[in-house]
Design a protein around this ligand. Structure first.
Ligand code: GDD
Ligand code: MN
Length: 836
């Protein structure tokens, strides 16, 4: 047997984090962590490990060889290491040592001697994770129930996506639990899942398999000191302790055990219940201690407490009357009477509390809330009954004693209601959209519907770089209209089709078919909802449901532009969130946080100083410092109105604008963003809103007489801010970060967050595309001088020309050559078309 570091015993299972034993526990934990992994095999020592595969083993000698030989190829594409955490008493270590030599990945071993096996499987996983060198940790069983091929692909999906925790699920999509041995195990497993989900309805909402033993997590997103699992359910504890972690699921088929016996037992079942109880009670106490931070919120809580007390008083009347009835005329035993009375008053209280006090805090189903409310009151009843009996023995009247026990538990009842049952979600809540990746099964081939034609009626050529064909008109791209592009030549095709199932669903879902590169987003309303499907190929096929088809702005902004952005990146261009004009031949770019006053500044610059317009929202830039026009219609927000002159619009337009601009300004958007954190069909709401009140969009030359330039060499970048007037240079690095952040902000609206990480274009994944985009931007900025201009009275349009004039003197006004005849684009845009 190989020599293995010995760890001192950690004694019995460590108890809860924090509390008096916390220090001791941490010290013990550190001691266990001192157990150093032994390198069994390290083929490429210089390689930077990105993934650590933690495999807990207990008497798995027969499975280890097959595990290593199958895991090797599965992990080959990822720089990975395997960390086996072993608690075996058989010859697992010997077998492992022998076979590790032939493995194609690094293999490390942590063997815990019999006295150092705290936490069982859970403790082993945690120990392995502490020694992980990779940025990601994948946890899987050694018995091949988690097929290594699936595990490898799960890890690859995880590392590609912008999430923290990826769960292998047997209970969603194409997943299956065939591999569970026997009916009994299947039934237990599904009931255990249900039990856990009902105890943690919020934290486990989007998770279909919280008991899974196959999962991966981002090391940085998990605080290992906060988890202390006993027994098998490590994942459950990770989920409960990390409410803010972004979760996705990957469907896989569980296989039967390869050899040997399962270590699940009745004892493990009891440990599970103990674990669940511990998690729930600790969380409950934690929740009850969560005092609102702001004074205003504490005041509100006090108001609710008073209201709660009043309802409670009325409930006490009901309770007392009922008890009297059961005890006196009905002649029941007083404890039975109190029990029945409590059911009545609980129903009474629930109806009032749910409808009056917590009307705006309600979450989940009414049945669920009622169940929790009854559970709470009956649990408290168990405490009250002995007290009631004691009081009766002490000589109190039954009714008085009953009332006393009710009053005594008032505070507990209130706190649990206020901070647990009706707790506001808010920060740290899970994303409302379910994310599921199917590894194998192909999406049922969508045969082109015979009801609808396939022809792409509107065709666009974006600056000669990307072509788009669409069945619906995309107003944002109208400038690039290019009917000469053939249907078959488009890079992106947008068609109208039925997407998604016929029946409504409980939450929105983004489903990905990894091997088909198909993504499907579906909302609550079945086919009526704002659904879409994307097939990433050439061309990229986008199918939008009928609701979306009627809101082209939503289709463009939330779907097409996101894809366009990355296709552009793959061809060396970046769609940068900024405005661009050419003033007297000098390319000037403006950047600002949303709603600072960028559009108004552009309009005023053009009105007062002439010049060419290139873009207002997104500018197409390349690494040579060249900006190409991207003249989407301008959105007029409330404060942009200042820069618009009423006489440029018809009176009806002007009146409508007052209203539209309010709805579609920052307030409207942030309301939508807030909504998007809840389980609502956000795209549908957005599409309907835009349909009822279309955003105020006007072509720039409608608002101010000007010409549109095709491209310009950008020399000056001004980041405009509100605040005490100042002008200051900005370093290259900071500019880069700001521009990236600012661009990300522009894409912050869902479902981009769920969609983007799944994007692959020409073999480049999301992370690679982002990296490439950064390079393009770095190149672009290297040609540009960047400055911050702050103003407290929207003075940027005066400040900037004054600055340029002072520094450059009077530049000769160049002939304002612009858009020559169509078709114009010929390959890449000329470096400085506007000035040619
Ligand atoms: N180090 C260590 N210590 N490993 C252990 C221990 C232990 O005390 N107990 C079990 N293991 C290892 C096994 O060697 C195996 O690699 C893995 O943990 C899973 O154990 P099984 O005995 O095969 O458990 P199972 O198949 O019944 O349970 C699996 O499925 C459950 C869901 O149905 C596990 O993945 C569970 O985590 C999961 O909840
Ligand atoms: Mn197993």
């Amino acid at each position: 047997m190989t020599e293995v570091a010995q760890a001192p015993s950690t004694g019995k299972d460590d108890e809860e984090a924090g509390g008096p034993g916390g220090d001791l526990r941490r010290r013990q934990k550190r001691r266990t962590a001192d157990l150093a992994p032994q390198d069994l095999h390290s083929p490429a020592a210089d390689q930077q490990v990105r993934l650590s595969v933690v495999v807990p083993t207990r008497n798995e000698a027969e499975n280890v060889p097959a595990l290593l030989s199958r895991l090797g190829p599965a992990l080959a594409p990822l720089p990975a290491e395997i960390i086996v955490v072993d608690d075996s008493d058989d010859d697992t270590v010997d077998v492992l040592t022998r076979h590790a030599a032939e493995a194609s990945v690094a293999v490390r071993l942590l063997h815990r001697p019999p006295h150092a096996r705290s936490g069982g499987l859970g403790g082993a996983v945690l120990l392995g994770a502490r020694h992980a060198r990779g940025e990601w940790v994948l946890v899987m069983d050694a018995d091949l129930q988690h097929p290594p091929e699936s595990a490898g692909r799960l890890a690859a999906v995880a590392m590609r996506h912008d999430v923290d925790l990826v769960i292998g699920t047997r209970y969603a999509g194409e997943g299956s639990h065939e591999g569970l041995d026997g009916m009994a195990r299947e039934v237990t497993s599904s009931w255990a899942t249900r039990l856990a989900k009902s105890l943690f309805p919020r934290r486990l909402t989007t998770v279909s398999d919280p008991m899974s033993g196959l999962f991966a997590f981002r090391r940085a997103a998990v605080d290992l000191d906060r988890v202390n699992p006993i027994g098998f359910k490590v994942l459950l504890e990770l989920l409960v302790r990390h409410p803010g972690a972004r979760v996705a699921e990957v469907a896989y088929e569980m296989a039967p055990r390869h050899a040997g016996r399962s270590k699940a037992s009745l004892r493990e079942g009891l440990t599970f219940l103990r674990h669940l109880w511990r998690l729930r009670s600790q969380r409950l106490i934690g929740q009850m201690r969560e005092r609102p931070a702001a004074a205003r919120d504490r005041l509100r809580e006090l108001t609710r407490m008073i209201a709660f007390g009043l309802v409670g008083l009325s409930g006490m009347v009901v309770n007392t009357a009922a008890l009297w009835f059961f005890y006196e005329p009905a002649k029941l035993h007083h404890l039975l009477g109190a029990t029945l009375a409590t059911q009545l008053s609980t129903a009474w209280n629930f109806a009032l509390i749910d409808a009056l006090i917590y009307r705006r805090h309600r979450q989940g189903s009414r049945t669920g809330r009622a169940a929790r409310f009854f559970l709470l009151n009956n649990a408290l009843l168990l405490l009250r009954l002995p007290a009631l009996q004691a009081l009766v023995w002490a000589g109190f009247g039954i009714l008085a004693a009953n009332a006393l026990t009710l009053v005594a538990l008032f505070l507990v009842r209130f706190l649990i209601n206020d901070r647990v049952i009706y707790a506001p979600g808010g920060i740290g809540r899970r994303d409302p959209v379910r994310m599921l990746v199917n590894l194998n099964a192909p999406e049922a081939v969508a045969t082109p519907s015979r009801k609808r034609y396939q022809y792409l009626k509107y065709r666009y050529d974006v600056a000669g770089v990307v072509t788009i064909g669409s069945q619906i008109m995309l107003p944002e791209l109208e400038f690039f209209r290019a009917q000469w592009v053939a249907d078959s030549d488009v890079d992106i095709a947008v068609r109208v089709s039925d997407v998604g199932g016929r029946v409504p669903r409980r939450r929105a879902a983004m489903t990905e078919y990894a091997n088909e590169s198909v993504l499907r987003y579906e909302e609550h309303l079945g086919r009526l909802g704002a659904n879409f499907r994307i097939r990433l190929g050439s061309p990229i096929d986008i199918q939008v449901g009928p609701l979306l088809a009627r809101s082209p702005h939503v289709v463009y902004t939330n779907i097409v532009e996101a894809l366009l952005r990355f296709v552009l990146v793959s061809r060396g261009h970046m769609l940068l969130h900024s405005a661009c004009v050419s003033l007297n031949g000098v390319g000037v770019m403006l950047s600002a946080l949303t709603d600072t006053g960028k559009t108004a500044t552009v309009l005023r610059l053009l009105r007062d100083h002439g010049g060419l317009f290139l873009s207002d929202d997104m500018t197409l830039v390349n690494a040579d410092g060249v900006a190409t026009c991207f003249p989407k219609p301008l959105t007029i927000s409330a404060h942009t109105l200042r820069a618009v002159q009423a006489r440029d619009l018809t009176p009806a337009e002007w009146r409508r604008l007052q209203f539209q601009s309010r709805l579609h300004s920052k307030g409207g958007r942030s309301l939508a963003l807030t909504l998007s954190r809840f389980n609502v069909p956000i795209m549908g709401i957005n599409a309907l809103t835009q349909r009822l009140v279309p955003p105020p969009k006007y072509s720039v030359d409608r608002l101010v007489p000007c010409r549109i330039g095709t491209s310009t060499k950008v020399e000056e970048l001004f980041i405009i801010e509100r605040g005490t007037p100042r002008i200051g240079d900005l370093g290259k690095d900071e500019t880069l970060e700001r521009m990236i952040q600012n661009t990300d902000d522009a894409y912050g609206f869902p479902p981009f967050r769920y969609l983007a990480p799944a994007i692959t274009i020409d073999g480049q994944g999301y992370a690679q595309l982002r990296e490439r985009e950064r390079e393009i931007l770095t190149g672009f900025l290297s040609h540009v001088r960047s400055r911050v201009v702050a103003s407290d009275r929207f003075g940027w349009a005066d400040e900037i020309p004054r600055l340029l004039h002072a520094e450059r003197g009077d530049l000769p006004t160049e002939p304002q050559v612009v858009l020559p005849s169509w078709p114009q684009w010929s390959g890449a845009p000329a470096p400085s078309g506007a000035r040619a």
